[in-house]
Structures are given as structure tokens and as C-alpha cells.
Design a protein around this ligand. Structure first.
Ligand SMILES: [Zn+2]
Length: 337
């Protein structure tokens, strides 16, 4: 009974939260997938492999995994958008997309899309969130002052370190790119180079792919899209010319190194992270579709430059409820806990 009521409340809650009524396909987004997670607080963007395998097994059984091109064709030709369909996407371009994800996708013959941040690929740069979290959690200092944020952070407990990381990460989400670079540089300065070498080796999960790696994923079923050049959040605090530069440069980099770049995903991708300038710039740059992280299904009425995507939650049972379609709802109640 307890199981049943938990299942029902979860079902109702999750359905209300995501508004999923089985009206159309879903586009799921992941980041990395790793065999071993050493520190969840640093590696928060990486899903444990055993969870990922279960999720994919679930999708293979209950859904139909289609390619990005197939989704696009269905939308433009106004045919065949089925609630059963699901598109798999991976953001940022982590090396584990090649090492862990691509071999599984190839073995199961499942298409997938990787949205890469092209400067990070070209220059083997890690992302600001990695530096912020690793610096605040692993510095030996008990207090740090960041001029870029104009704030001193108390790091005397683990909880305070997590709160500091959260605060700094929040600032970067609304900051212009130049400020994000200053914040990242100040975080890097909190640890000695030897310490970074040690942490980078420990957290190899956060290493980006090289262009050779990206090309290898395409031979294993990946479509490559843009995720901006500097993982730049295209909100209204970003100068217009920066927005255009991010889209044009990332598209050009993918086309130079891999091949045609037809799709893009806005970094962060919530409604506030996509300015009206960004929305029209994505059209101007001649992408076919641009993806948000607004959690809805894809319907025929979708705005092709703000296509919804749903975060693949790591909790298996919640994932199953998210991804159940209406005709499977009774079966959903028997999902094991
Ligand atoms: Zn991203």
C-alpha cells in the first residue's frame, strides 16, 4: 500500500511538474556518464554508468529512440510526431561521451546528439563550474576573497564550501562572458598548479573531448551540434555582438572539424537564459533547430528555436515516471523501488 501511494503521489507530482501528457516526443538531455563517481559534489554533471544503462534499457523497452534529423523531418513535414519517440542529447562534449556513452550507443544501434562548446574542444579547456566547485571544495584556505564577485567566502565547513560554490556558480549564470572568465581565473588561482594536476587526474570525468574524439563519436552514431563557442549563456546581459559571435564561431568550428552543424543547444537554456537577440541570432546563423531546457514535450506547434528538452534525472524511478506515456501509466505503478 505504501508502495502504491508513493507511486501514485510520485506519478501525480512528476506529471504535474513536467506537464507531460503524452502529447509528443521528448528530447532528453544528459552531460557525462562515468563508471565511478568519486565526489558527487564536483562531478555533479556526470551520471553513474549503472544508472545510465538502466535508463537506456528502459527507453529501449518502452520508447523509440530517434535521431535528431528524424525529429526535424517530422516537425517540418508535419508528420509522424509520436509520443513514443525520444531523442537523446548530451551537453558540453565530455571525453566520457566517447569513452563510455558512444560504445553503448553503437552496440544498441541508438542515435544520439552531442552539443559541444567549441573553444573547450579546441583548447582542451575545462568548464567554469568544474573550477568553481573544485576550488571551493579542495582549497586548503579557510576563507577566500574573489574580487570579481566582490565577496569573501567562509570555507570553514564542508556545508559552507558547498554554499560558496553555489553562490559563485549562480553569479556566473547571469554574468557577461568577460566576468565569467575573471571569476574562473580567480578560482584557478586558489590552488597551486600541482594541486590542479592532481585534481584534474582524479576528476578526468570533466575533461573535454578533442576534435579527433568528436569525429570518433560521429562514427559511433553521434550527430554533433553547437553549444556556443565559450559555453556562453545567451541571456540579455550578454552584448549582442557576443551572442552573434558565439553562434557563428561555434558553427564554423564544428563545420571545419566535423561536418555540417545543423542544431544548437543554448547553455543553461532556461527561458531567462535565451534573450530575444539569441533567439533571432540562432535563426540568422542558419541552424535548423535550437534547444532550450524548458521541460515540455515536443508538439507540432513547437518554436523551432526554443525546442524543449527534459533533464534526465538520475533517480531511476522518477526517470521512469517522467518517461512513461499515457497508455503505460498503469504499468508504471509496478516500477520496482
Ligand atoms: Zn552546458
Amino acid at each position: 500500500m505504501l508502495r502504491l501511494s508513493r507511486a501514485v503521489s510520485r506519478y501525480c507530482g512528476v506529471q504535474r511538474l513536467f506537464g507531460l501528457g503524452g502529447k509528443g516526443p521528448t528530447v532528453l538531455f544528459y552531460h557525462g556518464v562515468e563508471e565511478n563517481i568519486i565526489d558527487r559534489d564536483v562531478q555533479m554533471l556526470h551520471m553513474p554508468l549503472r544508472v545510465f544503462e538502466k535508463q537506456i534499457a528502459f527507453l529501449r523497452q518502452h520508447r523509440e529512440v530517434i535521431s535528431m534529423d528524424h525529429l526535424y523531418e517530422c516537425i517540418v513535414n508535419r508528420y509522424g510526431l509520436e509520443p513514443r519517440q525520444v531523442v537523446l542529447t548530451f551537453d558540453d562534449g565530455y571525453k566520457n561521451n566517447l569513452r563510455v556513452v558512444a560504445p553503448l550507443m553503437k552496440a544498441w544501434n541508438l542515435p544520439f546528439t552531442v552539443f559541444v562548446s567549441t573553444r573547450h574542444i579546441s583548447e582542451s579547456l575545462r568548464f567554469p563550474t568544474y573550477y568553481i566547485r573544485a576550488a571551493t571544495l579542495y582549497t586548503e584556505k579557510r576563507h577566500i576573497h574573489l574580487n570579481s564577485v566582490q565577496k569573501t567566502f567562509d570555507l570553514t565547513t564542508h556545508k559552507k564550501r558547498l554554499a560558496a560554490a553555489e553562490t559563485i556558480a549562480e553569479v556566473t549564470k547571469r554574468a557577461p562572458l568577460e566576468l565569467v572568465k575573471r571569476i574562473t581565473a580567480e578560482c584557478v588561482d586558489q590552488l597551486a598548479p600541482e594541486k590542479w594536476a592532481e585534481l584534474n587526474a582524479r576528476f578526468s570525468s570533466d575533461e573535454p573531448m578533442s576534435w579527433d574524439d568528436v569525429i570518433r563519436t560521429t562514427s559511433m552514431g553521434a550527430t554533433i551540434g553547437s553549444h556556443c563557442h565559450d559555453h556562453c549563456v545567451l541571456h540579455s546581459n550578454q552584448p549582442d555582438e557576443e551572442v552573434h559571435r558565439q553562434l557563428a564561431n561555434s558553427k564554423a568550428a564544428v563545420e571545419k572539424n566535423v561536418g555540417e552543424c545543423k542544431y544548437m543547444a543554448y547553455p543553461n537554456g532556461r527561458v531567462d537564459d535565451v534573450s530575444s537577440v539569441a533567439h533571432s541570432a540562432a535563426k540568422f546563423a542558419q541552424f535548423r533547430m535550437a534547444f532550450s531546457t524548458v521541460e515540455q514535450e515536443v508538439t507540432q506547434e513547437v518554436d523551432s528555436f526554443l525546442v524543449p528538452r527534459i533533464f534526465a534525472v538520475p533517480e531511476y524511478e522518477e526517470f521512469c515516471y517522467q518517461q512513461q506515456r499515457p497508455h503505460h501509466r498503469l504499468a508504471a505503478l509496478s516500477v520496482p523501488y
